[in-house]
Ligand binder design. Sequence first.
Ligand code: GMT
Length: 375
Amino acid sequence: MKKIGITCYPSVGGSGIIATELGKLLAEQGNEIHFITSSIPFRLTKIHPKIFYHEVELNHYPVFQYPPYDLALAAKMAEVIDQQKLDILHVHYAMPHAICAIMAKDIADHDVKIVTTLHGTDITVLGIDQTFKKIIKYGIEKSDAVTAVSESLVKQTVEMLDVNKEITTIYNFVNEEDYYKQHVPALRQQYGISNDEKVLIHISNFRKVKRVQDIIYAFKQIRNEVKSKLLLVGDGPEYADMVQLVDSLGLKEEVRFLGKQTNIRELLSIADLMLLLSEKESFGLVLLEAMLCGVPSIGTNVGGIPEVIEHDKTGYTVELGDIDAAANHAIEVLTDDQLMQRLSDNAFIQAKDKFASKKIVNHYQQLYDTVLTTN
Ligand code: GMT
């Protein structure tokens, strides 16, 4: 049994989901888990006797223009390391979490090992900024072990930051108990989807990198050939522009904007095909969620996406911005039942095998063991 501290961004997002689900599964294996976060991670909904939550409090002192989150987090981490005698502090996101963890390790009296998991945006977005480059590199190099969620992210981190540190790829996972195909015919009706219509789905935070407009343009072509509806799930900076684009293309009746939703499993259960045409994506957790529900995907040949979607086996990958290719593959899949069945079966098998939660959690456990037995 180990005592493991976990820090992540607790609000909605793939990294927060991974950190929380990892904590839950590690607790089920008998470890004691201490979440050190600014609010309760949104997926931490059930009480577990081996899971504890330590809140990082942000006080507004008049001398500070902004509350110092980083310092408050480092101080809380040091307090929890000493009080709980943590063996491992596993932080998700190098910036600022790895740096805070290193500071906390220096402040604390009890010895702790720092494991940092890179999720993508901390490198691909923040790493471009010269101001942060050195501090992210420092956080990575001073960690006792570093993991990244895809081979592509490892490569990118080494190239962009010139880091002198071994980075282990540990893929993301999804708890198989939460994602499976459900029979929900009423939901189709509620969204006005008729029996002869196919359903395409996109789920994201509607940031620019997700290129939601490419999905809408591809859908316009798909809709010309296949009777279908597009479900756009999520919210973010591009949302209003996307609503306008759908209006201007005359697709208001065919495209449903659902906003943020919690019951993704049910929505995936009525979907035939997932679209993720991002320009940056270290992994694309939604692809894996879809695969477990037997939904194949069309994604861009970008970042970690080709490690998740196996071209012509579990879906298709297309070049960034190649809307025609995305639409053509979608039309091919949606009009060929045999092809659809093959991709759907393969996607499900791949999710259960290559990305099995048990396998991934064991990989993290092995890494913790290695870190604890080496200086
Ligand atoms: O996609 C985002 O903008 C959110 C971000 C996050 O912090 O959750 O996602 C990143 O981490 C996920 C979990 O590892 C990955 O599945 C996403 O691909 C990655 N996003 C990007 O690389 C843009």
